[in-house]
Ligand binder design. Structure first.
Ligand SMILES: [Fe+2]
Length: 361
């Protein structure tokens, strides 16, 4: 049994400024990797640039990271970073900018290599020093070594085999304060799915389950905030960030399971957001689990029943009205062809079970 999570996590108010020294010690010039707008809006970019400037560290920003970043984007950002002469990377944002920052830190470190290196053999964490600052509460990417990129050549998404961990993960709840309600709902549902799918999982260990238990405790305390029934305090928002980080640590060791496998095609084909797409299949997945596992999840997530879980997800994420029966049929076939995920289920998986989960039977 192994538990390996080498990123140093700080989770507290004014986190970036409080740890300015450690950030500035990582190099002489930083490449800041962000999406197009959010890092400016939520104040995280300002905090980071102020810290760098006060420490006499130069910086350049690459802000053209799209949702589900592509290999092509990574290579453009790599060329930019090399031309700027950066020697460390700071990724700010949700899963997309953070996953991109990892791959960019790898490719700048190996600047003589072409894009195929990304999908080549793992060279053992040989990336530029990396800081990750999450500004949504779902992916947990700040504490995993994983980067998932879009492969336009294969018309799909693919996980990079290199394990790329940040040196520092800086969690500050205030960066969630300006998130649109829908994004808060979608990303916190993704975190819930990571926690649940890691628990109901063949690869679960006492260590990964410890993370799930801690994550669910924090997550359940924030349900009314996500519902919009309680004004969010900074403490609530930090709880959501921590729940997401615990989910990240858990799936870094177990991987996700059936609902994630079933989510991908409806995200690609219908455009359903990732958290909502996973949440759609979560109640049916929990229903298929053993009595013991089901009871653990319901109790720790604060639900009386699977039906209550279903209504909560529908209430915060909305109904997936655009998903047709044909889309669900395709989802079942895609999941059947994803043995890496179906083999993680701690019960036998066949077409009938997946059809049941998709509500087709
Ligand atoms: Fe996810």
């Amino acid at each position: 049994m192994t538990f390996y999570m080498p990123a140093k996590v700080y989770a507290e108010e004014n986190c970036v400024k409080a740890h300015a020294k450690e950030v500035c010690a990582l190099g002489k010039k930083a490449l800041i990797v962000t999406g197009r707008m959010s890092a400016e809006k939520n104040g995280s970019l300002k905090d980071v640039t102020e810290v760098l400037e006060a420490g006499g560290i130069a910086w350049a920003q690459y802000k053209d990271i799209e949702e589900n970043p592509s290999v092509e984007t990574i290579m453009k950002a790599r060329d930019f970073g090399v031309a700027e002469g950066v020697d460390f990377v700071i990724g700010i944002g949700g899963g997309s900018p953070m996953d991109a920052a990892k791959a960019i830190a790898l490719m700048i470190r190996h600047k003589e290599e072409d894009w195929e290196f990304l999908y080549g053999e793992d060279r053992g964490e040989t990336i530029l020093p990396l800081v990750l600052i999450p500004t949504t509460c779902g992916s947990g990417s700040e504490v995993t070594g994983i980067s998932v990129l879009t492969r336009h050549d294969l018309r799909t998404k693919g996980s990079v085999p290199h394990r790329m961990f940040a040196k520092l993960a800086l969690l500050d709840g205030k960066y969630l304060a300006s998130l649109p309600k829908k994004v808060l709902a979608d990303t916190s549902t993704d975190a819930f799915c990571h926690l649940t799918e890691s628990y109901i999982n063949n690869a679960a260990t006492p260590y990964s389950r410890m993370c799930v238990e801690a994550g669910l405790k924090l997550w359940r305390e924030c349900k009314d905030v996500v519902r919009g029934k309680k004004e969010a305090t900074e403490e609530d928002l930090l709880k959501l960030l921590n729940a997401s980080a615990f989910g990240g640590m858990a799936i870094a060791h177990t991987g996700t399971c059936l609902p994630h496998a079933m989510s991908y095609s409806i995200t690609y084909d219908v455009g359903v957001k990732h958290g909502m797409a996973c949440g759609l299949f979560q109640p049916a997945f929990v229903k298929e689990a053993s009595e013991e596992d089901r009871r653990f999840i319901l109790e720790h997530a604060g639900f009386e029943s699977v039906e209550e879980m279903r209504s909560y997800i529908e209430e915060v994420c909305g109904k997936a009205e655009d998903v047709s029966e044909k889309d669900l049929e395709r989802t079942v076939q895609e999941a059947l062809n994803n043995p890496a995920k179906t083999s993680h289920a701690p019960f036998p998986v066949d077409e009938a079970l997946l059809r049941r989960m998709a509500g087709l039977e």
